[in-house]
Design a protein around this ligand. Structure first.
Ligand SMILES: *Cc1c(COP(=O)(O)O)cnc(C)c1O
Length: 386
């Protein structure tokens, strides 16, 4: 009987509302007030399709056309842009349209899982460029050259169709030298895609300056949109391959399955854009804030792992101290999660103490000090108790 369980769907509350959230996933996708109000207005299913005459991104009011054909290309330094279902969909679109099944793609070892899954869906084989391992986990971009050479040597029949760099990666927040990767890609005449899910909407980006052929971003990750939604920037050269139109429906692009975001996700992306446009200009303040937090945590015995000096708000930490406490604490491995929750701080995954990620992006000065103070108190209390 379905009816019996229906009551659990009534009045579903969001438990984490109002908490200080330091989960890197959650900090750049928070809606602006404008987007929150637009979300209510445009929340009904296909809301934007009231204004569609056959091509979603040709809608002038609301200004989707202006966004896709003017504002976003300028914002990214891209020839052509489109709205996608998310960063992962963008990656799949590129892989599926420019590579043939059985081809190789070369990715950095710090790639997000969605890079691999997109490649699998497009039936491609994946080779990894290693990272330097503990404690910095950096990608030496010259290794792209080595991996290209090795792959060519070992497999003389299949082609290398794409190079991918995650910029920054979602584990350590490291920025490898994207311009150098672009130069290597050009040398070997292999197209280059930058996965900028943690960058676009946080920091200024210029595709032309970097020299990549494709760039993907995530609306719900870094552009203050409700999502799921993403964006893609495409170099002129690849426009016809990636944006091929259906032979049955002349206005529908095949890789977009005709249309992508068709309701609240795109409206929230637009409504937040003026804010996002301005916030990327203040990126250096975000980096300063992150470094300051890392220095304060370091004093408590919580050590930053990854590229130094660090250049992103997403940071990976390791703490033997917290781990030792967890072994003696009555709440065991859950002690940190529980103690933070008690202090209205959310985002360190339950059960983690030794290694975890956090982001300072959404925190104001007051909240940042609350977080640091919470860690200090939690450690002091535990040390007094034992
Ligand atoms: C979050 C993330 C993604 C996935 O983004 P979606 O828009 O949800 O598909 C891809 N790559 C990286 C590096 C990420 O951090």
């Amino acid at each position: 009987m379905v009816e019996k369980g229906l009551s659990r769907f009534i009045n579903i509350k969001r438990e984490t509302k109002g908490l200080i959230n330091i989960d890197p996933l959650q900090t750049g996708g928070r809606l602006t007030d404008a987007a929150r109000s637009a979300l209510l207005d445009w929340g009904d299913g296909y809301s934007v399709c009231d204004f569609c005459r056959g091509q979603l991104d040709a809608i002038k009011k609301p200004p989707i056309y202006h966004f896709v054909y003017d504002a976003l290309p300028k914002f990214l330094g891209a020839d052509v842009t489109r709205i996608t279902g998310g960063a992962r969909e963008g990656k799949f679109i590129v892989m599926n349209s420019i590579a043939e099944p059985g081809d190789w793609i070369i990715v950095d070892k710090n790639s997000h899982y969605t890079t691999y899954v997109a490649a699998e869906r497009a039936k491609l084989k994946v080779k990894e460029v290693p990272n330097s391992g503990f404690p910095n986990f950096e990608i030496n971009v010259e290794d792209y050259r080595n991996v290209i050479e090795e792959t060519k040597k070992k497999d003389r029949t299949s082609k290398i169709s794409l190079i991918v760099l995650t910029w920054p990666d979602g584990n350590y927040g490291n920025f490898a030298d994207a311009k150098k990767v672009a130069a290597i890609a050009k040398e070997y005449e292999i197209p280059f895609m930058l996965n900028a899910a943690y960058a676009i909407g946080r920091l200024p980006i210029d595709m032309k300056d970097i020299g990549c052929d494709f760039i993907v971003g995530s609306g719900h990750k870094s552009m203050a949109a409700c999502g799921p939604i993403g964006i893609i920037g495409i170099n002129n050269e690849w426009e016809n391959d990636v944006l091929k139109k259906s032979k049955y429906f002349k206005s529908k692009e095949i890789e977009m399955l005709g249309c992508t975001a068709r309701g609240a996700p795109v409206i929230t992306l637009l409504a937040s854009f003026p804010h996002v446009y301005e916030r990327v200009k203040k990126w250096n303040k975000q980096v300063e804030k992150a470094r300051k937090a890392a220095a304060q945590l370091q004093e408590l015995g919580i050590n930053h792992i990854g590229e130094k000096p660090h250049r992103h708000d997403l940071m990976f930490f390791e703490s033997k101290k917290l781990y030792e406490i967890s072994k003696r604490h009555k709440d065991g491995a859950f002690f940190l999660y529980k103690a933070l929750k008690k202090r209205n701080i959310w985002g360190i995954k339950p059960g983690l103490t030794k290694q975890f990620k956090l982001s300072t992006f959404a925190l104001n000065e007051d909240e940042l000090q609350k977080v640091i103070t919470a860690f200090r108190e939690i450690i002091q209390l535990a040390e007094q108790a034992f």
